[in-house]
Every structure is written in C-alpha cells, then in structure tokens.
Write a protein that binds this ligand. Structure first.
Ligand code: NAD
Ligand code: 44H
Length: 392
C-alpha cells in the first residue's frame, strides 16, 4: 500500500508518517526542502524520538521523498497510484499543491477506479474541505463532479506536540507520547483499506476539532503571546511562572464553557481535559520555542480561529471572556521580525491603528469585545500586571 504525504516536517514525520508506516504503508513524502528529500532517499528511514523520560526511539522505514516543485511528473504519477493521500504543510500552503492534485486526479480517474481519500491534517477547521475548494478552482464543475465520484476529502483533527532537533537534523522527529488523530468517517470514500493505526474514526468531527483548536491551540498560542511579553523563551519556562499558568488556565476555563453549553460534555470532563493539556505543555522533556508556537499571528487571530471564534461564541451566549480578550490583545503585541505575518501585523497596527487592526484581523463584530481587547492591549503595553488586568 502506498501513502503519499505532503509535508515532511515535524508533524509529517513525527505523527502522520509514523502511523501510516505502522499501518503497513510505504510512505512517500512530498516536500520542497531538497536537503531533507535527499536525506530521506539516501537512508530510506528516519527516527521518531519520544519526549518521555526513557527517550524511546523508533525507526520509520521504508520511506522515500519527492520534490513538489521540480519533480512534478513523478508526483503526478504517485498521486495516480496512491492508496491514501495526506498533508501537513500548513493550511496557508494548501493552495500551492492544489493545481498538481487537480491535474493528477483528472488523469487518475480515467484509469484508476479505486476510491481515494485525501486528508489534510492541519490546525484549522475543515482543512480537507479547504483543500477540496482549492482543487475545485483548477477544474470545470463537470470535471470536479467526476473527481468527486471517486475522490473524497474527509476532515480530520490532529493533536501531538511535534518538534525538531536543534540544527538541520532531518533524520529525527521529536514527539510527545500523547497523540490523537480523529477522522470524519462519514466523509470517507474508501472503506476497504485497513483502519489507520492509532486513528479514531467518528461521525461528527465538530466537537473534536473545535475542542482541539479552541482549547489546546488556544491555550498554546496564549502561552506563547504572554511568554513573549514576559521575555520567556519557551512554553515550558513561561509556565514555571505561576501567574502565567493561572492566566492560561483561566482562558481555557472560559473557552470550556462553550463546550459545556453546546456539546454533550460535562464540566468535570472539561476540567480533566484542561489539566491534561497543561501537563502536556509542562512536559519537562520538551523545550518548545514560543516563536514556533506563536507563529503566523494573523492566521491565529483570524475569525474562525483558536482565539477569536470561542470569544465570539461565548459573547453570543452572554458568557465571560475576560481572559480571552487579554490573550487576543497579547497576540497583537507579538512582534517577531523573522515571522512574515508578525511583521505584517505590526505594520497594520502602525498604519491603521490598533482599533481598526483588531476589527480587520479578528472579524469580531461586537463593539464591547473589540473595546475590551483594545483596553487590554494598552494595559499590556504599559506592562500592567497580568492577573490584575483580568480582575479589574
Ligand atoms: N508540530 C505540531 O506540533 C503540530 C501538531 C498538530 C498539527 N500541526 C499542523 O501540521 C501542519 C505542519 O506543521 P509542522 O509543525 O509539521 O510544520 P513544519 O514547518 O515542521 O512542516 C511543514 C512542512 O511542509 C513543507 N511544505 C511547505 N510547503 C509545501 C508545499 N507546497 N509542498 C510540499 N511541502 C511543503 C515544508 O517544507 C515543511 O517540511 C500545520 O498545519 C500545523 O498547524 C502541527
Ligand atoms: O501549528 P500551529 O502554528 O497552528 O500552532 C502551533 C502549535 O500550537 C501547534 O503546532 C501544536 O504544537 C499542536 O497543534 C499540538 O497538537
């Protein structure tokens, strides 16, 4: 069985490739990083190191790799033969592979009548549907209908802290022991293949992807943005400060109310989930740089994303958002000159002012929330004490 995976980065190697290999697939990565590609093809393997006390290491083999930029023909050929296709290239990059996929799928359906699932494993709501919409832009409506008679884009939620070693060590992925890969079974086309090892199949993905994004990723981004203001280099060093930990827990408890209100889940279950996440973040074997976790703040502060969406939903239900509006304000202060989106965000604030920037970036419509974010932005800038801002 052949699995074609776009994105030989942290999650591609440490999670998706690892589980596909365990299921029995030959994994072929498609990436744009030629050095990494060469390394895979030289050794046909890589290592996954668990960030536990034992530093357990497993080897993933056989693997191979192709370059999506200069090996188009080979990539198109593999797409036609693959049994499953997966991605983890970043949701903002999905449009970059859509043309190649469209071209290859049109060729594939003329001779290969096996059903194919294409699963985008990105931190976003319905990333596979986003990829499908991008593919659609490259074909006529009739061609898309033909493609969709054989090809499906099931949505998924992926959760595992996956990092890389210092320096360009393409051969080793570092991962926490915990993982959760949830796939919407109802959206799958091919039910004949063996289930992916370690994956969970559900009929309703919404509670899973939202819980992942609005609690794990929201709490993670919040820690990174607050850590930046406190000049802490890692998520772990930031959470050693009890004020930061208390604050991050506060954002999670606010966000959790959205789930208690809207899904069949109890307060106790949400409390347990929050403590589990905080313990994962505090794993003493992990050193997770705040600039990785806070990367791309324009995306993270966006309308359907981890911070703005739960805030909007809570406000709609009249529930508290005191912590979340501080977390969003901290996001607007995240200033990393090496991060393209952070630079754009700071330029936007400079050119249009913070008030307009908040509305533009978050898409939040409620005047009270936008005003609260703006007030908190000023207080954080003046270096007011974090917990006192929330309690004012
Ligand atoms: N790292 C994590 O802890 C984690 C956990 C869950 C989900 N995710 C999600 O997984 C995705 C990838 O994250 P990551 O941490 O692995 O990032 P990463 O930067 O380590 O890996 C991304 C890889 O995609 C490749 N890439 C970029 N554009 C490409 C293209 N057009 N064609 C082929 N390859 C391309 C890059 O070269 C890189 O190797 C993101 O959407 C992220 O939100 C990450
Ligand atoms: O990948 P991003 O940029 O959406 O978010 C950064 C981290 O929060 C994220 O990669 C987590 O490590 C991961 O989602 C944990 O499952």
């Amino acid at each position: 069985m052949l699995a074609l995976h776009f994105g030989a980065g942290n999650i591609g190697k440490g999670f998706i490739g690892y589980l596909l290999n365990k299921t029995g697939y030959d994994v072929c990565f498609v990436d744009v990083d030629q050095e990494a590609i060469d390394r895979f093809n030289e050794t046909n393997r890589y290592h996954v190191e668990l960030l536990d006390d034992a530093e357990t290491t497993e080897t993933v083999s056989p693997v191979s790799a192709l370059n999506s930029l200069n090996q188009q023909e080979e990539v198109i050929n593999r797409i036609q033969h693959a049994d499953v296709i997966t991605t983890s290239i970043g949701v903002h990059n999905l449009h970059r592979i859509a043309g190649t996929l469209a071209n290859a799928l049109l060729q594939r359906i003329t001779w290969n009548h096996n059903k194919l699932d294409i699963i985008a494993n990105e931190n976003a709501i319905n990333a596979s549907s986003t990829l499908q919409a991008e593919v659609e832009k490259h074909v006529s409506p009739e061609e898309m209908e033909e493609i969709l008679s054989l090809v499906s884009f099931p949505n998924a939620s992926v959760d595992r802290l996956a990092l890389s070693k210092e320096g360009a060590d393409y051969e080793t992925a570092l991962v926490e022991p915990f993982y959760e890969w949830v796939i919407n079974e109802k959206e799958m086309g091919n039910h004949d293949l063996p289930p992916i090892y370690g994956a969970t199949y559900v009929n309703d993905l919404k509670p899973f992807i939202e819980r992942k994004l609005f609690l794990v990723n929201m709490g993670h981004a919040t820690t990174a943005y607050i850590a930046f203001l406190y000049e802490e280099p890692t998520i772990q060093s930031a959470l050693e400060n009890p004020d930061i930990e208390t604050f991050v827990r506060g954002t999670m408890h606010e966000s959790a109310q959205y789930f208690v209100e809207n899904f069949d889940v109890s307060q106790d279950e949400m409390n347990d989930y929050i403590e589990k996440i905080i313990n994962r973040f505090k794993n003493k074997n992990i050193s997770d740089n705040i600039f990785r976790v806070g990367r791309a703040p324009l995306r993270k502060l966006g309308q359907n994303e981890r911070l703005s969406k739960p805030t909007q939903e809570l406000r709609r239900s009249g529930l508290p958002t005191e912590h979340l509006t501080v977390a969003i304000a901290a996001g607007f202060l995240f200033d990393n000159p090496e991060d393209e989106e952070s630079v754009k965000l700071q330029n936007l604030i400079e050119e249009r002012g913070i008030e307009k920037a908040i509305v533009h970036v978050t898409g939040l419509e409620n005047d009270d929330i936008c005003q609260a974010i703006q007030n908190n932005y000023t207080k954080l800038k003046e270096k007011n004490d974090l917990l006192s801002i929330v309690n004012q």
